[in-house]
Design a protein around this ligand. Structure first.
Ligand code: APR
Length: 265
Protein backbone atom coordinates (compact mmCIF):
# COMPACT_ATOMS: atom_id res chain seq x y z
CA UNK A 1 0.00 0.00 0.00
CA UNK A 2 1.30 3.49 -0.63
CA UNK A 3 1.36 5.15 2.75
CA UNK A 4 0.01 8.69 2.78
CA UNK A 5 2.55 10.39 4.96
CA UNK A 6 1.54 13.38 7.05
CA UNK A 7 4.11 15.59 8.71
CA UNK A 8 3.48 16.56 12.36
CA UNK A 9 1.91 19.79 11.12
CA UNK A 10 -0.50 17.73 9.00
CA UNK A 11 -1.88 15.83 11.96
CA UNK A 12 -5.39 17.11 11.45
CA UNK A 13 -5.40 15.92 7.83
CA UNK A 14 -4.02 12.56 8.94
CA UNK A 15 -6.73 12.11 11.55
CA UNK A 16 -9.40 13.12 9.01
CA UNK A 17 -8.01 10.65 6.44
CA UNK A 18 -7.89 7.85 9.02
CA UNK A 19 -11.42 8.64 10.21
CA UNK A 20 -12.70 8.44 6.62
CA UNK A 21 -10.87 5.15 6.04
CA UNK A 22 -12.18 3.61 9.29
CA UNK A 23 -15.69 5.13 9.18
CA UNK A 24 -17.39 1.80 8.44
CA UNK A 25 -14.92 -0.54 10.17
CA UNK A 26 -16.44 -2.42 13.08
CA UNK A 27 -13.66 -4.83 14.09
CA UNK A 28 -10.71 -2.51 14.68
CA UNK A 29 -7.69 -4.24 16.19
CA UNK A 30 -5.44 -1.86 18.11
CA UNK A 31 -1.77 -2.82 18.30
CA UNK A 32 0.30 -0.87 20.84
CA UNK A 33 3.94 -0.43 21.66
CA UNK A 34 6.03 1.48 24.18
CA UNK A 35 5.31 4.82 22.51
CA UNK A 36 1.74 4.89 23.84
CA UNK A 37 3.12 4.89 27.40
CA UNK A 38 5.91 7.47 27.20
CA UNK A 39 3.43 10.23 28.08
CA UNK A 40 2.79 8.24 31.26
CA UNK A 41 6.47 8.57 32.14
CA UNK A 42 7.60 5.13 30.94
CA UNK A 43 10.54 5.35 28.49
CA UNK A 44 10.32 3.52 25.17
CA UNK A 45 13.14 1.39 23.80
CA UNK A 46 14.21 2.77 20.40
CA UNK A 47 13.02 6.37 20.49
CA UNK A 48 15.53 9.22 20.93
CA UNK A 49 15.81 8.60 24.71
CA UNK A 50 14.86 4.92 24.63
CA UNK A 51 16.10 2.32 27.09
CA UNK A 52 18.20 0.60 24.40
CA UNK A 53 20.03 3.88 23.73
CA UNK A 54 21.40 3.62 27.31
CA UNK A 55 21.53 -0.11 27.98
CA UNK A 56 22.68 -2.96 25.73
CA UNK A 57 19.71 -5.36 25.27
CA UNK A 58 22.21 -8.21 24.84
CA UNK A 59 22.95 -7.88 28.58
CA UNK A 60 19.35 -8.76 29.48
CA UNK A 61 18.62 -11.89 27.51
CA UNK A 62 16.79 -14.77 29.18
CA UNK A 63 19.91 -16.93 29.32
CA UNK A 64 21.95 -14.08 30.84
CA UNK A 65 19.24 -13.45 33.42
CA UNK A 66 19.24 -17.10 34.52
CA UNK A 67 23.02 -17.53 34.50
CA UNK A 68 24.22 -14.23 35.93
CA UNK A 69 23.26 -12.93 39.41
CA UNK A 70 24.62 -9.48 38.48
CA UNK A 71 22.20 -9.33 35.54
CA UNK A 72 19.34 -10.15 37.91
CA UNK A 73 20.49 -7.54 40.43
CA UNK A 74 20.67 -4.83 37.72
CA UNK A 75 17.33 -5.90 36.30
CA UNK A 76 15.49 -5.65 39.65
CA UNK A 77 17.21 -2.33 40.43
CA UNK A 78 16.18 -0.89 37.02
CA UNK A 79 12.63 -2.17 37.56
CA UNK A 80 12.51 -0.48 40.97
CA UNK A 81 13.82 2.82 39.58
CA UNK A 82 11.60 2.76 36.46
CA UNK A 83 8.39 3.60 38.37
CA UNK A 84 6.50 1.35 35.91
CA UNK A 85 4.24 -0.06 38.64
CA UNK A 86 3.11 3.40 39.74
CA UNK A 87 2.54 4.83 36.23
CA UNK A 88 -0.94 6.07 35.34
CA UNK A 89 -2.75 5.73 31.98
CA UNK A 90 -2.69 8.79 29.71
CA UNK A 91 -5.25 10.29 27.29
CA UNK A 92 -4.38 7.73 24.59
CA UNK A 93 -5.10 4.75 26.86
CA UNK A 94 -8.35 6.36 27.99
CA UNK A 95 -9.44 7.11 24.41
CA UNK A 96 -9.08 3.41 23.57
CA UNK A 97 -11.54 2.62 26.37
CA UNK A 98 -14.03 4.88 24.56
CA UNK A 99 -13.33 3.07 21.28
CA UNK A 100 -14.20 -0.18 23.09
CA UNK A 101 -17.32 1.31 24.70
CA UNK A 102 -18.73 2.51 21.35
CA UNK A 103 -18.36 -1.04 20.05
CA UNK A 104 -15.78 -0.37 17.33
CA UNK A 105 -12.77 -2.18 18.80
CA UNK A 106 -12.14 -5.92 18.56
CA UNK A 107 -9.31 -5.91 21.14
CA UNK A 108 -5.94 -4.44 21.99
CA UNK A 109 -2.83 -6.53 21.30
CA UNK A 110 -0.02 -4.91 23.22
CA UNK A 111 3.74 -5.41 23.38
CA UNK A 112 3.75 -3.37 26.59
CA UNK A 113 4.18 -4.87 30.05
CA UNK A 114 2.87 -1.89 32.05
CA UNK A 115 -0.78 -2.95 32.37
CA UNK A 116 -1.94 0.60 31.55
CA UNK A 117 -4.69 -0.52 29.13
CA UNK A 118 -6.38 -2.41 31.98
CA UNK A 119 -5.63 0.38 34.46
CA UNK A 120 -7.40 2.82 32.06
CA UNK A 121 -10.53 0.67 32.23
CA UNK A 122 -10.34 -1.93 29.42
CA UNK A 123 -11.57 -5.33 30.60
CA UNK A 124 -8.63 -7.78 30.90
CA UNK A 125 -10.33 -10.08 28.35
CA UNK A 126 -9.96 -7.34 25.72
CA UNK A 127 -6.19 -6.92 26.21
CA UNK A 128 -3.72 -9.47 24.82
CA UNK A 129 -0.30 -9.02 26.42
CA UNK A 130 2.24 -10.57 24.06
CA UNK A 131 5.24 -9.78 26.25
CA UNK A 132 3.76 -10.40 29.69
CA UNK A 133 3.05 -8.03 32.55
CA UNK A 134 5.60 -6.35 34.85
CA UNK A 135 3.16 -6.34 37.78
CA UNK A 136 3.86 -10.03 38.35
CA UNK A 137 7.00 -12.08 38.94
CA UNK A 138 7.34 -15.81 38.38
CA UNK A 139 9.62 -18.54 39.71
CA UNK A 140 11.44 -20.19 36.78
CA UNK A 141 11.55 -23.49 38.74
CA UNK A 142 8.10 -24.02 40.28
CA UNK A 143 6.23 -21.36 38.23
CA UNK A 144 4.79 -19.80 41.43
CA UNK A 145 3.63 -16.20 40.76
CA UNK A 146 4.09 -13.29 43.14
CA UNK A 147 3.26 -9.56 42.85
CA UNK A 148 6.32 -7.66 41.63
CA UNK A 149 5.65 -5.05 44.31
CA UNK A 150 6.45 -7.64 46.99
CA UNK A 151 9.69 -8.60 45.22
CA UNK A 152 10.72 -4.93 44.92
CA UNK A 153 9.95 -4.45 48.64
CA UNK A 154 12.49 -7.24 49.33
CA UNK A 155 14.99 -5.53 47.01
CA UNK A 156 14.44 -2.24 48.85
CA UNK A 157 15.01 -4.09 52.15
CA UNK A 158 18.42 -5.28 50.91
CA UNK A 159 17.75 -8.59 49.11
CA UNK A 160 19.24 -7.65 45.73
CA UNK A 161 18.49 -11.02 44.06
CA UNK A 162 15.33 -12.33 45.76
CA UNK A 163 14.60 -16.04 45.34
CA UNK A 164 11.30 -17.92 45.32
CA UNK A 165 9.98 -18.29 48.90
CA UNK A 166 8.24 -21.54 47.91
CA UNK A 167 11.17 -23.46 46.41
CA UNK A 168 14.24 -21.24 46.43
CA UNK A 169 14.23 -21.00 42.63
CA UNK A 170 15.16 -17.94 40.56
CA UNK A 171 12.46 -15.23 40.42
CA UNK A 172 12.07 -13.20 37.23
CA UNK A 173 9.61 -10.55 36.09
CA UNK A 174 6.69 -12.28 34.34
CA UNK A 175 7.68 -10.66 31.04
CA UNK A 176 9.21 -12.07 27.85
CA UNK A 177 12.96 -11.43 27.79
CA UNK A 178 14.97 -11.56 24.57
CA UNK A 179 15.57 -15.21 23.54
CA UNK A 180 12.65 -16.31 25.76
CA UNK A 181 9.71 -18.18 24.24
CA UNK A 182 6.56 -16.16 23.58
CA UNK A 183 3.41 -17.06 25.55
CA UNK A 184 1.63 -19.62 23.36
CA UNK A 185 -2.00 -18.76 24.23
CA UNK A 186 -1.56 -14.99 23.88
CA UNK A 187 0.37 -15.31 20.62
CA UNK A 188 -2.20 -17.69 19.16
CA UNK A 189 -5.09 -15.44 20.22
CA UNK A 190 -3.36 -12.36 18.75
CA UNK A 191 -2.94 -14.07 15.38
CA UNK A 192 -6.61 -15.12 15.35
CA UNK A 193 -7.65 -11.55 16.15
CA UNK A 194 -5.46 -10.37 13.28
CA UNK A 195 -7.43 -12.55 10.88
CA UNK A 196 -10.76 -11.33 12.31
CA UNK A 197 -9.92 -7.62 12.14
CA UNK A 198 -11.17 -5.36 9.35
CA UNK A 199 -8.70 -2.64 10.37
CA UNK A 200 -5.54 -2.28 12.48
CA UNK A 201 -4.31 0.85 14.20
CA UNK A 202 -0.70 0.59 15.39
CA UNK A 203 0.16 3.11 18.09
CA UNK A 204 3.67 3.86 19.39
CA UNK A 205 5.65 0.98 17.93
CA UNK A 206 8.63 0.74 15.58
CA UNK A 207 7.00 -2.51 14.34
CA UNK A 208 10.39 -4.21 14.05
CA UNK A 209 10.23 -6.90 16.73
CA UNK A 210 8.91 -10.32 15.73
CA UNK A 211 6.80 -12.37 16.10
CA UNK A 212 4.75 -9.46 17.57
CA UNK A 213 4.95 -7.40 14.39
CA UNK A 214 3.40 -10.29 12.45
CA UNK A 215 0.06 -9.28 14.03
CA UNK A 216 -0.54 -6.20 11.84
CA UNK A 217 1.04 -7.98 8.86
CA UNK A 218 -1.40 -10.92 9.15
CA UNK A 219 -4.33 -8.51 9.37
CA UNK A 220 -3.21 -6.63 6.24
CA UNK A 221 -2.80 -9.95 4.40
CA UNK A 222 -6.51 -10.61 4.99
CA UNK A 223 -7.50 -7.19 3.66
CA UNK A 224 -7.57 -5.08 6.81
CA UNK A 225 -6.96 -1.34 6.51
CA UNK A 226 -3.82 -0.17 8.30
CA UNK A 227 -3.26 3.10 10.17
CA UNK A 228 0.01 3.92 11.96
CA UNK A 229 0.21 6.53 14.72
CA UNK A 230 3.83 7.08 15.67
CA UNK A 231 6.29 9.89 16.41
CA UNK A 232 8.96 8.38 14.18
CA UNK A 233 9.38 6.02 11.24
CA UNK A 234 8.44 2.35 11.60
CA UNK A 235 9.48 -0.82 9.77
CA UNK A 236 5.99 -1.14 8.25
CA UNK A 237 5.37 2.42 7.04
CA UNK A 238 5.24 1.18 3.42
CA UNK A 239 2.28 -1.06 4.26
CA UNK A 240 0.18 1.67 5.90
CA UNK A 241 -2.86 3.28 4.32
CA UNK A 242 -2.47 6.30 6.59
CA UNK A 243 0.55 7.43 8.63
CA UNK A 244 -0.02 10.00 11.37
CA UNK A 245 3.14 11.43 12.92
CA UNK A 246 2.32 12.85 16.32
CA UNK A 247 2.04 12.20 20.05
CA UNK A 248 -0.38 9.40 20.85
CA UNK A 249 -1.83 11.42 23.74
CA UNK A 250 -3.11 13.98 21.22
CA UNK A 251 -3.69 11.96 18.04
CA UNK A 252 -5.56 8.99 19.54
CA UNK A 253 -8.23 11.05 21.38
CA UNK A 254 -8.79 13.11 18.20
CA UNK A 255 -9.09 9.96 16.08
CA UNK A 256 -11.46 8.26 18.52
CA UNK A 257 -13.58 11.42 18.73
CA UNK A 258 -13.86 11.42 14.92
CA UNK A 259 -14.78 7.71 14.91
CA UNK A 260 -17.36 8.31 17.65
CA UNK A 261 -19.02 10.90 15.41
CA UNK A 262 -19.22 8.30 12.60
CA UNK A 263 -20.63 5.57 14.87
CA UNK A 264 -24.41 5.01 14.52
CA UNK A 265 -26.16 5.76 17.84
N1 APR B 1 3.45 9.15 20.71
C1 APR B 1 3.67 8.45 19.57
N2 APR B 1 4.81 7.74 19.34
C2 APR B 1 5.75 7.75 20.31
C3 APR B 1 5.59 8.46 21.52
C4 APR B 1 4.38 9.18 21.70
N3 APR B 1 4.13 9.89 22.81
N4 APR B 1 6.71 8.26 22.28
C5 APR B 1 7.53 7.47 21.55
N5 APR B 1 6.96 7.17 20.38
C6 APR B 1 7.48 6.29 19.32
C7 APR B 1 8.99 6.25 19.23
O1 APR B 1 9.47 7.28 18.38
C8 APR B 1 9.22 4.87 18.62
O2 APR B 1 9.19 4.94 17.20
O3 APR B 1 7.10 4.97 19.67
C9 APR B 1 8.02 4.05 19.10
C10 APR B 1 8.39 3.03 20.18
O4 APR B 1 9.15 2.02 19.55
P1 APR B 1 10.03 1.05 20.43
O5 APR B 1 10.78 1.82 21.47
O6 APR B 1 10.81 0.19 19.49
O7 APR B 1 8.98 0.16 21.23
P2 APR B 1 8.20 -1.12 20.71
O8 APR B 1 7.91 -1.02 19.26
O9 APR B 1 7.07 -1.30 21.64
O10 APR B 1 9.27 -2.29 20.95
C11 APR B 1 8.83 -3.62 20.74
O11 APR B 1 10.91 -4.45 21.65
O12 APR B 1 12.56 -4.24 23.24
C12 APR B 1 11.45 -4.96 22.87
O13 APR B 1 10.04 -6.16 24.30
C13 APR B 1 10.38 -4.85 23.91
O14 APR B 1 7.99 -4.76 23.61
C14 APR B 1 9.22 -4.20 23.18
C15 APR B 1 9.50 -4.53 21.73
Amino acid sequence: MDGISFDPGGREEGVAAAARLLAHKERILVFTGAGISTESGIPDFRGPDGVWTRVDPAEFTYSRFLANPDTRRRSWQMRKESGILEAEPNRAHRALVTLWEIGRMLAVVTQNIDGLHQKAGLPARVVVELHGNAHQAVCVACRAKVPTGEVLDRVAAGEDDPDCTACGGILKPDVVLFEEAMPILETDRAMHLAYEADAVISIGSTLGVFPAAFVPIRAIETGASFVIVNMGPTELDDLADVLIAGPAGEVVPDLVAALTRSTPR
